[in-house]
Each structure stands twice: as structure tokens, then as C-alpha cells.
Write a protein that binds this ligand. Structure first.
Ligand SMILES: [Zn+2]
Length: 455
């Protein structure tokens, strides 16, 4: 789906980075990349009008796509993170390539409608329901990649290494055998064989957590990512129990264990980073490791509020993820970083509107390896336009439109989404998948092994 033609749009308002908001911006693209950005331009006959506020496409750096199936199933009788994980594992045990593809395509289409143009899929469901490799060991990875491409968005398949049940090396059992490549070498060989054919897809790497990957495999994973120039993501200190287990077994924090293995660097992203010491914050910041905040999931799972503002001050770029998809709305993920900090600190104004916008766009794109997230010549032509005449956004034109959108808009306010120079959403409708609600309903029912509820 690469564009081979020239496209042009005329944006009423555009956030073009930093503090700059421009009017009547002519944005021209060729072969999927922006080639010119001209503010204060007259409309041209061949430029598609973008009414409202146009920004770089939103980047969702942390997704477990199949978790979408349990939205609404986990709000009663599920006391903590670990009980929630059991519920999620019941879905993971059922999925096959077809049901995963359908669920992923519908969920990625939901993302497209919400303004997301790129997703980092933290993918650890590798093998069949008995833990055996498929004939093509990457069959489920291909299903997920194809789903994103068919939904029209970019994907970085963050192929995740998951080798043990806890820090002591407990063997994987039950559904976890679907995650298990047996060894670092088994994981590496499978990942090296994964070659997406679509220009919308690329491969990255991930360490599931210090629970799931033994210490001797950590440095080889960091070197694997460095040699191949891959993003490297890792779940970090989401729950106090993870820290306690790591301290008991290794006598250090997860951040320190991963630092000793050479994991932290500008190519690395720590996901959550909720329960950190001051020394951990300094290590992550000095290494310029990105931090993927997943606030709607962190509050849903009672994880706690991570030190995002202190991490940013220490040097770590912030980005966001919808993670378990309790909601798919990156406006909410972005403002929650600021609003959570207000609750914790009793002080307002930690992140400016442009700082939140950067987390949603170019910082996220850098985290998952795409040259996107900026409205400037040379960047990939991924754009989102927010309507400014909805009940939530009306009035934005008379004030700070960027701040208004970041603090009040929802996923439902998206007007146009452009990926690789092509419109995939127009007037809030997906160009290729017009009935996403019904597709989601069918796909969720399929993933849960149920008949679809009668209309
Ligand atoms: Zn996660």
C-alpha cells in the first residue's frame, strides 16, 4: 500500500512542532513522505481540505492486541493484577491464527478510527495451543502484521522473548507454553526468519520482563537488538511484586539488572516504569531510554502512578500506549500523565501541551522505529485531523486549540486519518472497514468462544 503519487492537503490549523501552530497549511507528499509544508497558503484545487486541527498521526507504542477481548469482562470479581492475568490467559489459550487475525484487524481498525497511525505490538503469543511451533514458526506474527496492514496502519512487531515462569527459572506451564521459544537462541532464530513484506510493517524486539527472561539471556538480547538496529522494549517494574522477587533473587532492582546487561540506551523503551528508586530514575534518564506510559491500563490494574515527570526531567523521552485496551484513546493516555501527576503532587502544569503532543507523536515514533511523527519535509506522511465542531471540541478555535484538544477531545472526535500519504479514515469512517463495531463484536465473540450476542 505504498503511495506512488503526489498528494496534497490544506489544513485549517496544524501543529507543526514545538510551540508552533500554523494556519492554512499546505502539506504535500510524494511516495508516502512529506515533501513540502507551507503555512498561510491559499487552497489549491488538488489539495484535500482538512477542517480542524491537523497533527502528526498518533503513535501507540504498547499494545497487546488480543486483550481487547476482555474489555468489560474484568471489572467485577477480579481483585488484582494477577487475577486479571488469569482472565487474559484464558483468552490467550483459545486463540488460533484466524481468530487472532480477526480480533487484531478489528482492534487495529478501532485504533485507526481513534487517530492512531502506528502501533508497537508487544507480541508474545508465538506457538500453538500445545506449545508446539506452527509449520511456519511465525504464523501468529504474520497474522498480527497482516491485520494491521489490512486496517491501514503501521506496525512494529515487537517480538517478545518469554522463557520462564518467574525469576527463579520456573518452567512455563499451561498457556504460557505458547510464549516459549525454549532459549534465547530459539527466539533469535525465529525472529531472524520474520521478514514482513509490507512497507507498513517492521520488526522490533522485546524482553517480556525480568520475570520471564533469565539473566544470562539479557545481554545477548541487548546485543541482538543493537546489531540489527531494532527497537528493544521491556515491561519494567509495573508491580511491587516484580521488584520484590527481583530483589530477593538477584539482590538488585529490575532497572539495575537490565542496566548491568546493557539494555538501557536510546533504542530501548521501558514500559510502565511505575515503581522505581531515585537511582533507577537516574539510570534510565542518563541512558536516554524512552518511557512508555500506559495510564489507562495502569489505573485499571491498580499498578500505581509512575514517576513520568521525574523520568522526563532526568532525560527520558515520554511516549504512550493503550496496552490492555481498556480504552483506545491516546488523548486520554497523554493527558493522564499530566493529570495523574497533579493528583500526586498537588501542583499543576508539569507538561505543556506541546510536550504532551510530542509524547503522542514523534517520541512514540522514535520508540518503535519509524521516521514519523512530525509535519515536516522528509517525514512519513502520517497525519490526523481532529474536528473542532464537536460537542467536546467546539470553542477550540477561539483559544489554544492544541491544549483544548489534548485535554478535552476523545477518540470520537477524529475526522481524517492519513497513513503513508493515503486517507484511511474520512469523516470518522474507515475507508476499507465500514462496520468496525460489528467486526469487533464478531471478533470478540470468536476470541471468547461464544456466539455473538443477538442484536
Ligand atoms: Zn504490556
Amino acid at each position: 500500500m505504498v503511495s506512488n503519487d503526489t498528494s496534497a492537503w490544506h489544513a485549517e490549523l496544524a501543529w507543526v512542532g514545538g510551540e508552533r501552530m500554523e494556519r492554512d497549511v499546505l502539506i504535500e507528499a510524494r511516495n508516502g513522505r512529506i515533501v513540502a509544508v507551507t503555512p498561510n497558503s491559499a487552497p489549491t484545487a488538488d489539495a484535500q481540505r482538512l477542517p480542524g486541527l491537523t497533527m502528526p498521526g498518533l503513535v501507540n507504542t504498547h499494545s497487546h492486541v488480543f486483550h481487547r477481548a476482555i474489555r468489560g469482562h474484568s471489572q467485577s470479581g477480579v481483585a488484582d493484577f494477577w487475577a486479571w492475568r488469569d482472565l487474559m490467559y484464558a483468552v490467550a489459550a483459545r486463540l488460533n491464527p484466524e481468530t487472532l487475525y480477526r480480533l487484531a484487524r478489528a482492534t487495529y481498525a478501532e485504533m485507526a478510527l481513534s487517530g492512531i497511525t502506528s502501533v508497537g505490538e508487544f507480541h508474545y503469543l508465538h506457538h500453538d495451543d500445545g506449545g508446539q511451533r506452527y509449520t511456519d514458526p511465525n504464523e501468529l506474527s504474520h497474522a498480527v502484521i497482516q491485520a494491521a496492514v489490512d486496517a491501514g496502519i503501521r506496525i512494529t512487531l515487537l517480538d517478545t522473548c518469554y522463557l520462564q515462569g518467574d525469576v527463579t527459572g520456573r518452567p512455563l506451564a499451561g498457556v504460557q507454553r505458547r510464549f516459549d521459544d525454549g532459549s534465547f537462541q530459539g527466539w533469535a532464530e525465529r525472529v531472524d526468519a520474520l521478514r514482513p513484506s509490507s512497507p507498513l510493517a517492521r520488526v522490533g524486539s522485546a524482553i517480556h520482563s525480568v520475570r520471564a527472561v533469565p539473566q544470562p539471556a539479557l545481554r545477548p538480547m541487548a546485543e541482538f537488538a543493537a546489531v540489527r538496529d531494532l527497537p528493544l522494549h521491556v515491561h519494567l517494574s509495573e508491580q511491587p511484586a516484580e521488584n520484590q522477587a527481583c530483589m530477593a533473587y538477584y539482590n538488585c532492582t529490575p532497572t539495575e539488572l537490565l542496566a548491568d546487561a546493557g539494555v538501557w540506551s536510546p533504542r530501548a523503551t521501558a514500559v510502565h516504569a511505575t515503581h522505581l528508586t531515585e537511582a533507577d530514575i537516574a539510570v534510565l534518564g542518563e541512558s536516554r531510554t524512552s518511557i512508555s506510559m500506559c495510564c489507562t491500563t495502569e489505573r485499571d490494574l491498580a499498578d500505581g502512578v509512575g514517576p513520568a515527570i521525574r523520568l522526563r526531567a532526568a532525560g527520558s523521552p515520554l511516549c504512550v500506549g493503550s496496552d490492555a485496551h481498556m480504552a483506545i484513546d491516546l488523548w486520554e493516555e497523554g493527558r493522564a500523565i499530566e493529570l495523574n501527576e497533579r493528583l500526586v503532587s498537588g501542583i499543576r502544569g508539569h507538561l505543556s501541551a506541546p510536550a504532551i503532543a510530542a509524547a503522542l507523536t514523534h517520541s512514540g515514533a522514535a520508540s518503535i522505529g519509524w521516521d514519523a511523527g512530525r509535519i515536516q519535509s522528509g517525514a512519513l506522511a502520517d497525519l490526523v485531523t481532529v474536528a473542532l465542531d464537536t460537542p467536546r471540541t467546539a470553542g477550540a478555535r477561539s483559544g489554544d486549540a492544541l491544549a483544548h484538544v489534548l485535554f478535552a477531545a476523545t477518540a470520537a472526535d477524529i475526522h481524517t486519518v492519513i497513513v503513508d500519504g493515503r486517507e484511511i479514515v474520512r469523516d470518522g469512517c474507515h475507508a476499507g472497514l465500514p462496520e468496525i463495531g460489528r467486526e469487533l463484536e464478531d471478533a470478540v465473540a470468536g476470541a471468547l468462544g461464544r456466539d455473538r450476542d443477538p442484536a
